[in-house]
Design a protein around this ligand. Structure first.
Ligand SMILES: [Zn+2]
Length: 260
């Protein structure tokens, strides 16, 4: 493959992710390339399966109201388990109480999110960290991503565009599996420098096979070699310098928008 074409493959990765969710409006050149590039066709297949794994998300972009409602209803109806992966997790008002109630009803809730060391968004982390002990007290299991995980090299080799855009490796997935059969995948703000892709898209799907694959992917991320298991007695905040921790402390004095 000529080097030029290989660069194009990398460049259209964010577009492919948007396209996989039916959210790519522009991109005649990208479409033309996709039509004749087996590698990008293959990547598109993967994006369609785990569309929530790669994109950036932003705390200021809230889900559309109806999607948000469906999501909350699906969570409320959980019977066995909820597995969440989100780069910036700040629950909306009442969220911690809802989780506490679900745990009491026997629902196992696991959350995979960025640690202070892996996050690129300190205000959002501050919002999350002010809820963290309540979540842990409620019996929610929390796993925080290690910025230098074992699988980093593996992923970076597979998605070269990712390493290029994201020198600090962190989670950008926004996904959830409920009762091993319902999954939510969502993505928005695919490139922080792009304004025209700043649209949230997300889908709720009932599909055991897709739910199994997404579960597998998140469970790999929360293995001890990829994440810290945060508990009532332990969190990995001390893995960053004082300056970053101080910023978190400052931001905790300010209100933060919920971004579940
Ligand atoms: Zn290509």
């Amino acid at each position: 493959m000529p080097a030029e074409q290989s660069n194009l493959c990398d460049e259209i990765q964010p577009w492919l992710a948007a396209y996989a969710l039916g959210d790519a409006e522009e991109g005649a050149a990208a479409r033309a390339h996709l039509a004749e590039c087996p590698r990008c066709q293959h990547d598109l297949q993967e994006y369609r399966l785990v569309a929530g794994m790669l994109p950036y998300s932003a705390p200021e972009a809230l889900p559309r109201p109806e999607l948000r409602y469906q999501l909350i209803e699906a969570v409320r109806a959980a019977k066995k388990s909820i597995l969440i992966q989100s780069p910036y997790l700040v629950l909306p008002e009442g969220g911690v109480e809802l989780f506490a109630q679900l745990v009491t009803q026997g629902v196992r809730i696991r959350i995979s999110t960025n640690s202070l060391a892996s996050t690129d968004n300190i205000p959002a982390f501050a919002g999350y960290s002010s809820q963290r002990s309540d979540l842990l007290d409620a019996g929610v299991e929390v796993y925080e991503f290690n910025p230098n995980p074992a699988m980093r090299d593996q992923l970076a080799g597979k998605y070269p565009g990712l390493a290029k855009h994201d020198p600090v490796f962190g989670l950008h997935a926004k996904s959830m599996v409920i009762d091993d059969e319902t999954l939510f995948i969502g993505t928005f703000n695919l490139d922080p420098r792009s304004t025209n892709l700043n649209t949230e898209v997300g889908v709720l799907i009932d599909n055991r096979e897709l739910a199994r694959q997404l579960t597998e992917s998140i469970e790999r991320d929360i293995q001890p070699e990829n994440s810290w298991h945060t508990t009532v007695d332990f969190n990995p905040d001390s893995h960053v310098d004082f300056g970053k921790r101080f910023k978190v402390w400052m931001f905790r004095l300010l209100p933060v928008e919920p971004v579940l």
